[in-house]
Design a protein around this ligand. Structure first.
Ligand code: PEP
Ligand code: MG
Length: 560
Protein backbone atom coordinates (compact mmCIF):
# COMPACT_ATOMS: atom_id res chain seq x y z
CA UNK A 1 0.00 0.00 0.00
CA UNK A 2 1.27 3.47 -0.85
CA UNK A 3 2.37 5.69 2.05
CA UNK A 4 2.69 9.47 1.74
CA UNK A 5 5.41 11.40 3.59
CA UNK A 6 4.98 15.15 3.87
CA UNK A 7 7.35 18.08 4.20
CA UNK A 8 7.78 21.73 3.25
CA UNK A 9 7.39 22.22 -0.53
CA UNK A 10 10.26 24.37 -1.82
CA UNK A 11 10.55 23.79 -5.55
CA UNK A 12 7.53 22.81 -7.68
CA UNK A 13 7.26 19.96 -10.17
CA UNK A 14 6.56 16.22 -10.08
CA UNK A 15 9.07 13.44 -10.61
CA UNK A 16 9.35 9.69 -10.09
CA UNK A 17 12.63 7.89 -9.50
CA UNK A 18 14.69 5.56 -7.35
CA UNK A 19 16.09 6.78 -4.06
CA UNK A 20 19.85 7.37 -3.76
CA UNK A 21 20.99 8.61 -0.35
CA UNK A 22 23.91 10.92 0.47
CA UNK A 23 26.80 9.02 2.05
CA UNK A 24 27.97 9.70 5.60
CA UNK A 25 31.33 11.55 5.96
CA UNK A 26 34.36 9.23 5.55
CA UNK A 27 35.72 8.44 9.04
CA UNK A 28 39.37 9.19 9.89
CA UNK A 29 41.32 5.88 9.83
CA UNK A 30 42.93 4.88 13.17
CA UNK A 31 46.71 5.29 13.59
CA UNK A 32 47.33 1.54 13.41
CA UNK A 33 50.75 0.06 12.66
CA UNK A 34 51.16 -2.17 9.63
CA UNK A 35 52.33 -5.73 10.22
CA UNK A 36 55.82 -5.62 8.69
CA UNK A 37 57.15 -8.87 10.15
CA UNK A 38 58.02 -9.79 6.57
CA UNK A 39 58.84 -7.48 3.65
CA UNK A 40 55.82 -8.57 1.61
CA UNK A 41 53.53 -6.80 4.15
CA UNK A 42 54.71 -3.37 2.97
CA UNK A 43 54.70 -4.41 -0.71
CA UNK A 44 51.17 -5.68 -0.44
CA UNK A 45 50.05 -2.47 1.31
CA UNK A 46 51.70 -0.32 -1.37
CA UNK A 47 50.04 -2.28 -4.14
CA UNK A 48 46.62 -1.90 -2.45
CA UNK A 49 47.29 1.81 -2.24
CA UNK A 50 48.14 1.98 -5.95
CA UNK A 51 45.06 -0.03 -6.93
CA UNK A 52 42.77 2.17 -4.81
CA UNK A 53 44.26 5.37 -6.25
CA UNK A 54 43.84 4.12 -9.84
CA UNK A 55 40.27 2.98 -9.16
CA UNK A 56 39.35 6.41 -7.74
CA UNK A 57 40.99 8.22 -10.61
CA UNK A 58 39.26 6.11 -13.26
CA UNK A 59 35.87 6.40 -11.58
CA UNK A 60 36.14 10.19 -11.30
CA UNK A 61 37.19 10.51 -14.95
CA UNK A 62 34.24 8.33 -16.02
CA UNK A 63 31.84 10.39 -13.87
CA UNK A 64 33.25 13.63 -15.30
CA UNK A 65 32.64 12.32 -18.82
CA UNK A 66 29.00 11.55 -17.98
CA UNK A 67 28.23 14.72 -16.01
CA UNK A 68 27.36 18.15 -17.42
CA UNK A 69 28.20 21.79 -16.59
CA UNK A 70 29.92 22.69 -13.32
CA UNK A 71 29.62 19.13 -11.99
CA UNK A 72 31.71 17.84 -14.93
CA UNK A 73 34.39 20.52 -14.34
CA UNK A 74 34.63 19.83 -10.60
CA UNK A 75 34.89 16.07 -11.14
CA UNK A 76 37.55 16.49 -13.85
CA UNK A 77 39.70 18.64 -11.49
CA UNK A 78 39.34 16.04 -8.71
CA UNK A 79 40.28 13.23 -11.14
CA UNK A 80 43.43 15.15 -12.13
CA UNK A 81 44.30 15.61 -8.45
CA UNK A 82 43.91 11.85 -7.84
CA UNK A 83 46.36 11.24 -10.70
CA UNK A 84 48.99 13.60 -9.23
CA UNK A 85 52.02 11.47 -8.18
CA UNK A 86 53.03 13.75 -5.23
CA UNK A 87 50.34 12.35 -2.95
CA UNK A 88 50.90 8.72 -3.98
CA UNK A 89 54.69 8.95 -3.46
CA UNK A 90 54.38 10.44 0.02
CA UNK A 91 51.74 7.88 1.01
CA UNK A 92 54.00 5.03 -0.19
CA UNK A 93 56.92 6.46 1.81
CA UNK A 94 54.75 6.54 4.94
CA UNK A 95 53.80 2.89 4.44
CA UNK A 96 57.42 1.80 4.00
CA UNK A 97 59.23 4.09 6.44
CA UNK A 98 56.58 4.66 9.13
CA UNK A 99 54.77 1.30 8.80
CA UNK A 100 51.42 3.02 8.39
CA UNK A 101 48.38 1.20 7.03
CA UNK A 102 47.64 2.36 3.45
CA UNK A 103 44.51 4.25 4.55
CA UNK A 104 46.34 6.04 7.37
CA UNK A 105 49.31 6.75 5.10
CA UNK A 106 47.13 8.43 2.46
CA UNK A 107 45.23 10.35 5.17
CA UNK A 108 48.46 11.76 6.64
CA UNK A 109 50.07 12.39 3.24
CA UNK A 110 47.01 14.31 2.02
CA UNK A 111 46.81 16.39 5.19
CA UNK A 112 50.50 17.28 4.89
CA UNK A 113 50.03 18.28 1.23
CA UNK A 114 46.92 20.36 2.04
CA UNK A 115 48.83 22.13 4.83
CA UNK A 116 51.60 23.04 2.34
CA UNK A 117 49.12 24.40 -0.20
CA UNK A 118 47.00 26.46 2.16
CA UNK A 119 49.47 29.31 2.85
CA UNK A 120 50.37 29.71 -0.84
CA UNK A 121 47.33 31.83 -1.70
CA UNK A 122 44.94 31.30 -4.57
CA UNK A 123 44.74 29.46 -6.86
CA UNK A 124 47.04 26.90 -5.14
CA UNK A 125 45.39 27.20 -1.73
CA UNK A 126 42.10 26.30 -3.41
CA UNK A 127 43.53 22.90 -4.26
CA UNK A 128 43.72 21.95 -0.55
CA UNK A 129 40.02 21.17 -0.63
CA UNK A 130 40.47 18.93 -3.69
CA UNK A 131 43.34 17.11 -1.96
CA UNK A 132 41.08 16.35 1.03
CA UNK A 133 38.33 15.20 -1.31
CA UNK A 134 40.73 12.80 -3.08
CA UNK A 135 41.98 11.63 0.33
CA UNK A 136 38.43 10.73 1.41
CA UNK A 137 37.76 8.91 -1.85
CA UNK A 138 40.94 6.79 -1.64
CA UNK A 139 40.32 6.01 2.05
CA UNK A 140 36.72 5.03 1.19
CA UNK A 141 38.00 2.72 -1.55
CA UNK A 142 40.51 1.09 0.82
CA UNK A 143 38.11 0.66 3.73
CA UNK A 144 35.00 -0.27 1.75
CA UNK A 145 32.82 2.69 2.83
CA UNK A 146 30.82 4.85 0.39
CA UNK A 147 32.79 7.65 -1.27
CA UNK A 148 31.92 11.26 -0.31
CA UNK A 149 29.81 13.75 -2.27
CA UNK A 150 26.68 13.49 -4.35
CA UNK A 151 26.61 9.90 -5.72
CA UNK A 152 26.73 9.26 -9.48
CA UNK A 153 24.93 5.94 -9.91
CA UNK A 154 24.81 6.35 -13.71
CA UNK A 155 21.03 6.73 -13.93
CA UNK A 156 18.48 9.41 -12.93
CA UNK A 157 17.59 9.37 -9.22
CA UNK A 158 15.83 11.07 -6.32
CA UNK A 159 18.52 12.43 -4.00
CA UNK A 160 17.69 11.89 -0.33
CA UNK A 161 19.87 13.69 2.24
CA UNK A 162 19.71 15.18 5.68
CA UNK A 163 20.60 18.50 4.03
CA UNK A 164 23.05 19.56 1.33
CA UNK A 165 26.10 21.72 2.06
CA UNK A 166 27.11 24.40 -0.48
CA UNK A 167 30.18 22.25 -1.38
CA UNK A 168 27.99 19.22 -2.23
CA UNK A 169 25.98 21.23 -4.66
CA UNK A 170 28.97 21.83 -6.96
CA UNK A 171 28.85 18.20 -8.07
CA UNK A 172 25.09 18.00 -8.29
CA UNK A 173 24.21 17.15 -11.88
CA UNK A 174 20.75 18.58 -12.66
CA UNK A 175 20.36 16.11 -15.54
CA UNK A 176 20.69 13.15 -13.15
CA UNK A 177 18.93 14.40 -10.00
CA UNK A 178 15.20 14.33 -10.78
CA UNK A 179 14.11 15.45 -7.29
CA UNK A 180 15.57 16.32 -3.90
CA UNK A 181 14.11 15.20 -0.56
CA UNK A 182 15.71 16.23 2.74
CA UNK A 183 14.88 15.39 6.33
CA UNK A 184 16.43 18.68 7.51
CA UNK A 185 16.72 22.11 5.95
CA UNK A 186 14.08 24.82 5.83
CA UNK A 187 12.34 26.64 2.98
CA UNK A 188 15.25 29.11 2.79
CA UNK A 189 18.11 26.62 3.19
CA UNK A 190 20.80 26.30 0.51
CA UNK A 191 19.17 23.10 -0.69
CA UNK A 192 15.92 24.96 -1.30
CA UNK A 193 17.61 27.92 -3.03
CA UNK A 194 19.67 25.63 -5.26
CA UNK A 195 16.75 23.36 -6.18
CA UNK A 196 14.62 26.35 -7.19
CA UNK A 197 17.47 27.80 -9.24
CA UNK A 198 17.99 24.52 -11.09
CA UNK A 199 14.27 23.82 -11.45
CA UNK A 200 14.56 20.49 -9.59
CA UNK A 201 11.40 19.50 -7.66
CA UNK A 202 12.29 19.54 -3.96
CA UNK A 203 10.80 19.06 -0.52
CA UNK A 204 12.61 19.80 2.73
CA UNK A 205 11.91 18.87 6.35
CA UNK A 206 10.23 15.63 5.29
CA UNK A 207 9.22 13.56 8.29
CA UNK A 208 10.28 9.95 7.71
CA UNK A 209 12.81 10.82 4.96
CA UNK A 210 15.58 9.09 6.93
CA UNK A 211 13.68 5.79 6.56
CA UNK A 212 13.64 5.94 2.74
CA UNK A 213 15.64 2.98 1.48
CA UNK A 214 18.34 3.01 -1.18
CA UNK A 215 16.80 1.87 -4.49
CA UNK A 216 13.10 2.17 -3.60
CA UNK A 217 10.91 4.01 -6.10
CA UNK A 218 9.10 7.17 -4.95
CA UNK A 219 6.97 9.87 -6.55
CA UNK A 220 7.87 13.41 -5.42
CA UNK A 221 5.49 16.35 -5.75
CA UNK A 222 7.52 19.48 -5.04
CA UNK A 223 4.46 21.73 -5.24
CA UNK A 224 2.31 19.76 -2.79
CA UNK A 225 5.21 18.73 -0.51
CA UNK A 226 4.54 14.97 -0.72
CA UNK A 227 6.71 11.89 -1.21
CA UNK A 228 4.70 8.82 -2.23
CA UNK A 229 6.31 5.51 -1.21
CA UNK A 230 5.44 2.28 -2.97
CA UNK A 231 3.57 4.10 -5.77
CA UNK A 232 1.41 2.27 -8.33
CA UNK A 233 2.55 2.05 -11.95
CA UNK A 234 -0.12 4.61 -12.79
CA UNK A 235 1.29 7.05 -10.15
CA UNK A 236 4.78 6.69 -11.61
CA UNK A 237 3.53 7.12 -15.17
CA UNK A 238 1.49 10.22 -14.23
CA UNK A 239 4.53 11.83 -12.58
CA UNK A 240 6.83 11.00 -15.49
CA UNK A 241 4.44 12.48 -18.03
CA UNK A 242 3.63 15.61 -15.98
CA UNK A 243 5.05 18.59 -17.85
CA UNK A 244 5.23 22.02 -16.33
CA UNK A 245 3.49 24.79 -18.23
CA UNK A 246 6.32 26.83 -19.71
CA UNK A 247 5.73 30.58 -19.82
CA UNK A 248 7.92 33.48 -20.89
CA UNK A 249 8.46 36.80 -19.13
CA UNK A 250 8.39 39.74 -21.56
CA UNK A 251 10.94 41.72 -19.55
CA UNK A 252 8.58 44.39 -18.17
CA UNK A 253 6.95 43.69 -14.80
CA UNK A 254 3.63 45.42 -14.13
CA UNK A 255 0.19 44.87 -12.67
CA UNK A 256 -2.94 44.62 -14.85
CA UNK A 257 -3.45 48.41 -14.56
CA UNK A 258 0.17 49.22 -15.42
CA UNK A 259 1.64 49.80 -11.92
CA UNK A 260 5.36 49.12 -12.41
CA UNK A 261 7.02 46.34 -10.41
CA UNK A 262 10.60 45.73 -11.49
CA UNK A 263 11.22 41.99 -11.81
CA UNK A 264 14.88 41.23 -11.22
CA UNK A 265 17.10 38.19 -10.80
CA UNK A 266 19.20 36.82 -7.94
CA UNK A 267 22.59 35.72 -9.28
CA UNK A 268 25.87 34.55 -7.82
CA UNK A 269 28.18 34.14 -10.82
CA UNK A 270 28.48 34.92 -14.55
CA UNK A 271 26.73 31.65 -15.52
CA UNK A 272 23.68 32.59 -13.44
CA UNK A 273 23.81 36.12 -14.91
CA UNK A 274 23.55 34.65 -18.41
CA UNK A 275 20.59 32.50 -17.30
CA UNK A 276 18.97 35.66 -15.90
CA UNK A 277 19.43 37.48 -19.22
CA UNK A 278 17.93 34.50 -21.07
CA UNK A 279 14.89 34.66 -18.73
CA UNK A 280 14.53 38.40 -19.59
CA UNK A 281 15.24 39.66 -16.06
CA UNK A 282 15.07 43.46 -15.98
CA UNK A 283 18.33 43.53 -14.03
CA UNK A 284 19.92 41.94 -10.99
CA UNK A 285 18.30 42.67 -7.62
CA UNK A 286 20.75 40.58 -5.61
CA UNK A 287 24.27 39.71 -6.69
CA UNK A 288 25.53 37.42 -3.89
CA UNK A 289 29.24 38.21 -4.03
CA UNK A 290 30.25 35.83 -1.27
CA UNK A 291 30.11 32.99 -3.76
CA UNK A 292 33.44 34.39 -5.03
CA UNK A 293 34.83 34.17 -1.44
CA UNK A 294 33.30 30.87 -0.28
CA UNK A 295 35.53 27.82 -0.08
CA UNK A 296 38.62 30.07 0.06
CA UNK A 297 41.00 30.16 2.96
CA UNK A 298 42.27 33.63 2.14
CA UNK A 299 40.53 36.72 0.80
CA UNK A 300 40.53 36.99 -3.02
CA UNK A 301 42.68 39.85 -4.29
CA UNK A 302 41.09 43.07 -5.58
CA UNK A 303 42.04 42.03 -9.14
CA UNK A 304 40.36 38.64 -8.74
CA UNK A 305 37.26 40.31 -7.38
CA UNK A 306 37.17 42.84 -10.22
CA UNK A 307 37.28 39.98 -12.75
CA UNK A 308 34.54 38.06 -10.94
CA UNK A 309 32.25 41.10 -10.67
CA UNK A 310 32.82 42.17 -14.27
CA UNK A 311 31.66 38.71 -15.37
CA UNK A 312 28.22 39.51 -13.95
CA UNK A 313 28.10 43.24 -14.77
CA UNK A 314 28.99 42.67 -18.43
CA UNK A 315 25.83 40.57 -18.92
CA UNK A 316 23.67 43.55 -17.86
CA UNK A 317 25.03 46.52 -19.81
CA UNK A 318 22.85 49.58 -19.27
CA UNK A 319 20.75 47.77 -16.67
CA UNK A 320 20.61 47.76 -12.90
CA UNK A 321 22.79 45.34 -10.92
CA UNK A 322 22.51 45.46 -7.12
CA UNK A 323 25.78 44.15 -5.72
CA UNK A 324 25.58 42.89 -2.15
CA UNK A 325 28.76 43.19 -0.15
CA UNK A 326 30.19 40.16 1.59
CA UNK A 327 27.67 38.30 3.76
CA UNK A 328 30.01 36.03 5.70
CA UNK A 329 29.19 34.24 8.94
CA UNK A 330 26.48 31.89 10.25
CA UNK A 331 25.44 29.69 7.29
CA UNK A 332 28.27 31.13 5.12
CA UNK A 333 31.41 30.97 7.33
CA UNK A 334 34.72 32.23 5.93
CA UNK A 335 37.98 31.40 7.71
CA UNK A 336 39.49 34.88 7.26
CA UNK A 337 36.58 36.85 8.75
CA UNK A 338 34.49 34.49 10.90
CA UNK A 339 35.39 32.94 14.22
CA UNK A 340 34.65 29.22 14.40
CA UNK A 341 33.81 29.22 18.10
CA UNK A 342 30.78 31.51 18.26
CA UNK A 343 28.09 30.01 20.50
CA UNK A 344 25.25 31.36 18.28
CA UNK A 345 26.60 32.10 14.78
CA UNK A 346 23.23 33.28 13.40
CA UNK A 347 23.20 35.91 16.16
CA UNK A 348 26.91 36.54 15.84
CA UNK A 349 29.40 38.51 13.80
CA UNK A 350 27.90 38.07 10.34
CA UNK A 351 26.99 40.22 7.34
CA UNK A 352 27.98 43.89 7.68
CA UNK A 353 29.07 43.19 11.28
CA UNK A 354 32.27 41.51 10.01
CA UNK A 355 33.34 44.95 8.75
CA UNK A 356 33.86 46.18 12.34
CA UNK A 357 36.81 43.84 12.95
CA UNK A 358 37.83 43.70 9.26
CA UNK A 359 37.10 47.13 7.73
CA UNK A 360 39.87 46.51 5.20
CA UNK A 361 37.99 43.53 3.69
CA UNK A 362 34.93 45.74 3.04
CA UNK A 363 37.14 48.55 1.79
CA UNK A 364 38.93 46.31 -0.72
CA UNK A 365 35.62 44.88 -1.86
CA UNK A 366 34.14 48.34 -2.43
CA UNK A 367 37.29 49.27 -4.35
CA UNK A 368 36.84 46.17 -6.54
CA UNK A 369 33.14 46.91 -7.09
CA UNK A 370 33.96 50.52 -8.04
CA UNK A 371 36.67 49.38 -10.48
CA UNK A 372 34.39 46.77 -12.02
CA UNK A 373 31.59 49.35 -12.31
CA UNK A 374 33.94 51.83 -14.01
CA UNK A 375 35.05 49.18 -16.52
CA UNK A 376 31.50 48.07 -17.42
CA UNK A 377 28.35 49.95 -18.33
CA UNK A 378 25.86 48.34 -15.91
CA UNK A 379 24.00 50.66 -13.52
CA UNK A 380 25.68 49.50 -10.30
CA UNK A 381 23.93 49.79 -6.93
CA UNK A 382 25.58 48.46 -3.74
CA UNK A 383 23.94 47.21 -0.57
CA UNK A 384 25.04 45.80 2.77
CA UNK A 385 23.61 42.65 4.37
CA UNK A 386 22.31 42.53 7.96
CA UNK A 387 22.03 46.26 8.65
CA UNK A 388 20.48 46.57 12.12
CA UNK A 389 20.92 50.21 13.15
CA UNK A 390 20.81 53.71 11.68
CA UNK A 391 24.48 54.15 12.48
CA UNK A 392 25.44 51.04 10.49
CA UNK A 393 23.47 52.38 7.52
CA UNK A 394 25.17 55.77 7.84
CA UNK A 395 28.70 54.35 7.98
CA UNK A 396 28.10 51.93 5.10
CA UNK A 397 26.80 54.74 2.89
CA UNK A 398 29.88 56.82 3.80
CA UNK A 399 32.21 53.90 2.97
CA UNK A 400 30.53 53.52 -0.44
CA UNK A 401 30.72 57.26 -1.12
CA UNK A 402 34.46 57.18 -0.41
CA UNK A 403 34.73 54.89 -3.45
CA UNK A 404 32.41 57.01 -5.58
CA UNK A 405 29.55 54.50 -5.21
CA UNK A 406 26.57 56.80 -4.74
CA UNK A 407 23.74 54.26 -4.91
CA UNK A 408 24.24 52.69 -1.47
CA UNK A 409 21.43 50.74 0.16
CA UNK A 410 20.58 48.59 3.14
CA UNK A 411 19.21 45.09 3.25
CA UNK A 412 16.42 44.79 5.77
CA UNK A 413 16.88 41.36 7.33
CA UNK A 414 16.79 42.26 11.01
CA UNK A 415 13.45 43.26 12.58
CA UNK A 416 15.17 46.25 14.24
CA UNK A 417 15.91 47.78 10.84
CA UNK A 418 12.32 47.16 9.66
CA UNK A 419 10.89 48.88 12.73
CA UNK A 420 13.32 51.81 12.40
CA UNK A 421 13.01 51.99 8.62
CA UNK A 422 12.36 55.76 8.54
CA UNK A 423 15.72 56.39 10.19
CA UNK A 424 17.67 53.74 8.30
CA UNK A 425 16.44 55.25 4.99
CA UNK A 426 17.46 58.71 5.98
CA UNK A 427 20.90 57.43 4.90
CA UNK A 428 20.43 54.34 2.76
CA UNK A 429 19.24 55.34 -0.70
CA UNK A 430 17.25 52.17 -1.31
CA UNK A 431 16.16 49.05 0.55
CA UNK A 432 16.02 45.36 -0.20
CA UNK A 433 14.17 43.06 2.17
CA UNK A 434 15.96 39.77 2.78
CA UNK A 435 12.90 37.79 3.79
CA UNK A 436 14.93 34.63 4.43
CA UNK A 437 16.78 36.19 7.33
CA UNK A 438 13.97 38.56 8.28
CA UNK A 439 11.74 35.50 8.78
CA UNK A 440 14.48 33.70 10.72
CA UNK A 441 14.89 36.62 13.12
CA UNK A 442 11.21 37.55 13.39
CA UNK A 443 10.19 33.98 14.20
CA UNK A 444 13.38 33.07 16.14
CA UNK A 445 13.56 29.98 13.92
CA UNK A 446 16.88 28.82 12.46
CA UNK A 447 16.40 28.93 8.67
CA UNK A 448 18.37 25.68 8.30
CA UNK A 449 16.34 23.69 10.80
CA UNK A 450 13.80 21.36 9.24
CA UNK A 451 11.92 20.93 12.52
CA UNK A 452 10.98 24.62 12.40
CA UNK A 453 9.94 24.70 8.73
CA UNK A 454 6.33 25.58 9.65
CA UNK A 455 7.56 28.76 11.36
CA UNK A 456 10.11 29.58 8.64
CA UNK A 457 7.79 30.99 6.02
CA UNK A 458 7.34 34.58 4.92
CA UNK A 459 3.58 34.01 4.93
CA UNK A 460 3.82 34.54 8.70
CA UNK A 461 1.67 37.63 9.33
CA UNK A 462 4.42 38.96 11.66
CA UNK A 463 6.87 38.95 8.75
CA UNK A 464 4.33 40.65 6.49
CA UNK A 465 3.88 43.35 9.18
CA UNK A 466 7.63 43.95 9.11
CA UNK A 467 7.57 44.22 5.31
CA UNK A 468 4.80 46.80 5.60
CA UNK A 469 6.73 48.76 8.25
CA UNK A 470 9.87 48.75 6.07
CA UNK A 471 7.95 50.05 3.05
CA UNK A 472 6.19 52.77 5.04
CA UNK A 473 9.45 54.09 6.49
CA UNK A 474 11.31 53.95 3.17
CA UNK A 475 8.49 55.58 1.21
CA UNK A 476 8.36 58.44 3.74
CA UNK A 477 11.93 59.21 2.57
CA UNK A 478 11.10 58.60 -1.10
CA UNK A 479 13.28 55.45 -1.24
CA UNK A 480 12.40 52.35 -3.30
CA UNK A 481 12.22 48.99 -1.50
CA UNK A 482 12.51 45.56 -3.10
CA UNK A 483 12.28 42.01 -1.81
CA UNK A 484 15.17 39.71 -2.70
CA UNK A 485 14.53 36.78 -0.34
CA UNK A 486 12.87 33.56 -1.49
CA UNK A 487 9.43 35.11 -0.81
CA UNK A 488 9.81 37.10 -4.05
CA UNK A 489 9.75 33.83 -6.04
CA UNK A 490 6.38 32.79 -4.58
CA UNK A 491 3.92 33.77 -7.34
CA UNK A 492 1.00 33.80 -4.87
CA UNK A 493 2.79 35.97 -2.31
CA UNK A 494 4.10 38.42 -4.96
CA UNK A 495 0.87 40.49 -5.26
CA UNK A 496 0.67 40.64 -1.45
CA UNK A 497 4.21 42.06 -1.28
CA UNK A 498 3.34 44.62 -3.97
CA UNK A 499 0.23 45.55 -2.00
CA UNK A 500 2.40 46.10 1.08
CA UNK A 501 4.43 48.66 -0.88
CA UNK A 502 7.32 46.69 -2.39
CA UNK A 503 8.53 48.27 -5.66
CA UNK A 504 10.67 45.44 -7.06
CA UNK A 505 10.97 41.67 -6.67
CA UNK A 506 14.23 39.80 -7.19
CA UNK A 507 14.23 36.02 -7.57
CA UNK A 508 15.72 32.98 -9.19
CA UNK A 509 15.31 33.51 -12.96
CA UNK A 510 13.09 30.44 -13.27
CA UNK A 511 10.38 32.10 -11.14
CA UNK A 512 10.16 35.31 -13.22
CA UNK A 513 7.56 34.08 -15.71
CA UNK A 514 5.10 32.80 -13.08
CA UNK A 515 5.43 35.91 -10.90
CA UNK A 516 5.01 38.20 -13.93
CA UNK A 517 1.97 36.22 -15.10
CA UNK A 518 0.16 36.60 -11.76
CA UNK A 519 0.99 40.30 -11.40
CA UNK A 520 -0.22 41.06 -14.91
CA UNK A 521 -3.67 39.70 -13.96
CA UNK A 522 -4.24 41.79 -10.81
CA UNK A 523 -4.68 45.54 -10.39
CA UNK A 524 -2.67 47.48 -7.80
CA UNK A 525 -5.86 48.08 -5.79
CA UNK A 526 -6.43 44.32 -5.72
CA UNK A 527 -2.83 43.80 -4.51
CA UNK A 528 -3.54 46.16 -1.61
CA UNK A 529 -6.71 44.28 -0.82
CA UNK A 530 -4.83 40.95 -0.87
CA UNK A 531 -2.24 42.43 1.51
CA UNK A 532 -5.03 43.49 3.86
CA UNK A 533 -6.58 40.01 3.73
CA UNK A 534 -3.21 38.36 4.49
CA UNK A 535 -2.46 40.67 7.43
CA UNK A 536 -5.85 39.95 8.97
CA UNK A 537 -5.19 36.20 9.26
CA UNK A 538 -4.11 34.62 12.54
CA UNK A 539 -1.26 32.53 11.10
CA UNK A 540 0.79 31.65 8.01
CA UNK A 541 -1.38 28.77 6.78
CA UNK A 542 -4.51 30.85 7.08
CA UNK A 543 -2.85 33.77 5.24
CA UNK A 544 -1.72 31.53 2.37
CA UNK A 545 -5.11 29.81 2.08
CA UNK A 546 -7.07 33.06 2.25
CA UNK A 547 -4.98 34.69 -0.49
CA UNK A 548 -5.14 31.56 -2.66
CA UNK A 549 -8.93 31.59 -2.28
CA UNK A 550 -9.17 35.28 -3.20
CA UNK A 551 -6.90 34.72 -6.22
CA UNK A 552 -8.43 31.44 -7.46
CA UNK A 553 -9.71 33.07 -10.68
CA UNK A 554 -6.12 34.07 -11.54
CA UNK A 555 -4.21 31.01 -10.26
CA UNK A 556 -6.35 28.25 -11.74
CA UNK A 557 -6.08 29.28 -15.41
CA UNK A 558 -2.32 29.69 -14.91
CA UNK A 559 -2.06 26.20 -13.37
CA UNK A 560 -0.54 27.60 -10.15
C1 PEP B 1 17.77 36.86 2.68
O1 PEP B 1 18.19 36.68 3.82
O2 PEP B 1 16.56 36.88 2.38
C2 PEP B 1 18.72 37.03 1.56
C3 PEP B 1 18.31 37.37 0.37
O3 PEP B 1 20.03 36.79 1.83
P1 PEP B 1 20.69 35.31 1.98
O4 PEP B 1 19.62 34.30 1.64
O5 PEP B 1 21.83 35.29 1.05
O6 PEP B 1 21.07 35.32 3.42
MG1 MG C 1 20.26 37.13 4.26
Amino acid sequence: MSITLTGAPVSPGRAAGVVVTMPAPVPEPPVAALDTSDASGADEAVSRLGAATSAVQERLAAQAAQATGTAADVLAVTAAMAADPTLARDAERRVREESRTPERAVWDAANALAAQLEPLGPPLSERARDVRDVRDRIVAELTGVRPPGVPSPGHPFVLVAEDLAPADTATLDPEAVVAIVTSGGGPTSHTAILARALGIPAIVAVRGADDLAEGETVVVDGGAGTVLRDPSDADVEAARSAVRVEREFDGHGRTADGHRVELLANVADPEAARAAVAAHAEGVGLFRTEFCFLGRDVEPTVEEQVTAYRGVLSAFSGRKVVVRTLDAGADKPLPFVTADDEPNPALGVRGLRTAVAHPEVLDRQLQAIAEAAAAESADVWVMAPMVATTDEARSFVAACEAHGLTRAGAMVEVPAAALRSRWVFEHATFGSIGTNDLTQYAMAADRLLGDLAALSTSWQPAVLELVRATCQGAHSRGRPVGVCGEAAADAVLAPVLVGLGVTSLSMTPRALADVAAVLSEVTFVRCRELARVALEQPDADAARSAVRRELADVLEPLGL
